[in-house]
Design a protein around this ligand. Structure first.
Ligand code: MG
Length: 204
């Protein structure tokens, strides 16, 4: 199982971190050991002083595929949830400034929190009407409509499957909207998809 992540898929988020809006999706991977499930807490890692949340829509891949045409992409995922791409922002900044890979800033143990899966057949809205939000200590900090994405779900699945064969059980983090920010020990993060809470994680 692999976790494929998209960076800078919302123009406003790219700008809030001082990045250019890319002309192709930014893609990186997290290892399977990054998963954090079942609303377990996240223990603040020792190696960062700037732990950030990035709330994201996450897809569950349900079919083997390679070089998938965008018009068939909807056949390749069967569930959706909200996840958090936890990021050691200070490490990421230092690595980016040196032009080095980000893995240790993004792929550490439990850095990929995912909520409860919502089967696609239970969602009675087309993807361009899906929306999600992240709350920190009961305050909404991130909110997004899928129509705000630079690359929609079919475009992302098509793009990443040119490089990585998709396997059943892989996950695709689709990028974070504006509003990323720091967390402290004691904070509670909750993810909502179409108004339903699917994720809760406390920072310990
Ligand atoms: Mg992210």
């Amino acid at each position: 199982m692999k976790i494929i992540c998209i960076g800078r898929n919302y123009a406003k988020h790219a700008r809030e971190l001082g990045n250019e809006v890319p002309d192709q999706p930014v893609v990186f991977l997290k290892p399977s050991t990054a998963l954090l499930i079942k609303d377990r807490p996240l223990y603040y890692p020792d190696f960062t002083e700037e732990l950030h949340y990035e709330g994201e829509l996450v897809l569950r891949i349900s079919r083997l595929g390679k070089c998938i045409d965008p018009c068939f992409a909807h056949r390749y995922y069967d569930a959706v949830t909200v996840g958090i791409d936890f990021t050691a922002r200070d490490l990421q900044r230092a690595l980016k400034n040196k032009g080095l890979p980000w893995e240790i800033a993004k792929g550490w143990d439990h850095s990929a929190a995912i909520g409860r899966w919502i089967p696609i057949e239970k969602i009675h809205l087309p993807p361009d009407q899906w929306h999600f939000e992240l709350r920190k200590n009961d305050t909404v900090v991130q909110q997004a409509q899928l129509s705000d994405m630079l690359w929609d779900i079919p475009a992302l699945i098509s793009y990443v499957s040119q490089y990585f064969t998709l396997h059943i059980g892989d996950m695709l983090f689709t990028g974070t909207p504006p509003g990323v920010g720091p967390v402290q020990i004691g904070d509670v993060l909750e993810g909502y998809f179409l108004g339903r809470r699917v994720l809760r994680t406390e920072i310990k």
